[in-house]
Design a binder for this molecule. Structure first.
Ligand code: NDP
Length: 285
């Protein structure tokens, strides 16, 4: 079997067009969606992520605000900016780019953002709502994965889903989203005894580990849907996922490539959350 690619780039472009159209409608009614991004330090990868988020906003017709601080900034200064943005009714989404320098307690920073403006979906209130199956801002990467599955009409209800990774950003929320759509979910992590035993049972396999090409074709059930969240560099410095695409694509039925799979969907869902927050602001006005 040779797998078909799920084209995250094409899906992302389609969803962003819809978002831009809805943003124009909201703007015409007097509420232009606005995302504020806070960047601390000079980490080059973070700078690229922030640049892409700002560019994504502008292309969709959003207003974007960017606040940059040196790596040795006093945390109080960043907390003061978050408080100011929480109070600013023209701002609908606030995002603090992670990782933060060591003088910061990241959890405290994320909790300082108002849950109503937490468009990354990382606040404990939003995570709790997600766990309870209630409306919240969903974390962008797993939500993007759900959109990809939906776009391909993948049957989630009743499926055996295996998620590798249990981070608060990807693995855990991914598992909860699959569970809420009716999958039977297994979560694997670094302490899992026999990883391949679990992965070989998966109708839907999501890899969110951060280890280049660790999931090989022999670990995959024939015909499975394979979602590769990983973003790593291979031995030649080339971008690659957690899944060994060459062997996995011979066994799976659908697979996300890296690059061009899950990656483009993450910022798209960030825009979707910001749009939703702006819509709520308009409804409240
Ligand atoms: P974390 O490092 O926070 O989590 C990695 C998870 O993998 C942990 O739960 C860890 O287990 C588990 N793990 C580590 N080694 C193994 C192993 N040998 N077998 C099974 N599980 C293992 O990473 P993130 O969740 O933040 O990110 C995961 C990957 O996804 C990274 O490559 C990251 O770059 C990428 N990513 C991509 C995004 C995108 O937009 N495409 C967005 C966010 C992340 P334990 O908990 O026991 O330590």
């Amino acid at each position: 079997m040779t797998a078909r690619n799920i084209d995250g780039k094409a899906l992302s472009e389609k969803v962003r067009e819809e978002i831009a159209q809805q943003a124009a409608e909201l703007t015409a009614k007097g509420v232009q969606p606005c995302l504020a991004v806070i960047l601390v330090g000079e980490d080059p990868a973070s700078a690229v992520y922030v640049r892409n988020k700002v560019a994504g906003c502008e292309k969709a017709g959003f207003r974007s605000l960017k606040f940059s601080y040196p790596a040795d900034v006093a945390p109080e200064q960043v907390f003061a900016k978050i408080a100011e943005l929480n109070a600013d009714t023209s701002v609908h989404g606030i995002l603090v780019q992670l990782p933060l320098p060591k003088q910061f307690d990241s959890e405290k920073v994320l909790e300082a953002i108002s849950p109503e403006k937490d468009v990354d979906g990382f606040h404990a209130v939003n995570f709790g709502l997600l766990l309870q199956g209630r409306k919240s801002f969903y974390p962008c990467t797993p939500w993007g994965v759900m959109k990809m599955l939906e776009s391909e009409n993948v049957q989630v209800k009743g499926a055996e889903a295996v998620v590798i990774g249990r981070s608060n950003i990807v693995g855990k929320p991914m598992s909860v989203m699959l569970l809420s759509k009716g999958a039977t979910v297994t979560i694997c992590h670094s302490q899992t005894r026999d990883l391949a035993f679990h992965t070989r049972r998966a109708d839907i396999l999501v890899a969110a580990v951060g280890k280049a090409k660790m999931i090989t074709g022999d670990m995959i059930k024939p015909g499975a849907v394979v979602i590769d969240v990983g973003m790593n560099r291979d031995e030649n410095g080339k971008l690659c996922g957690d899944v060994d695409y060459a062997s996995a694509s011979q066994v799976a039925s659908l697979i996300t490539p890296v690059p061009g799979g899950v990656g483009p969907m993450t910022i798209t869902m960030l825009l979707a959350n910001t749009l939703e927050s702006a819509r709520r602001a308009l409804n409240q006005a």
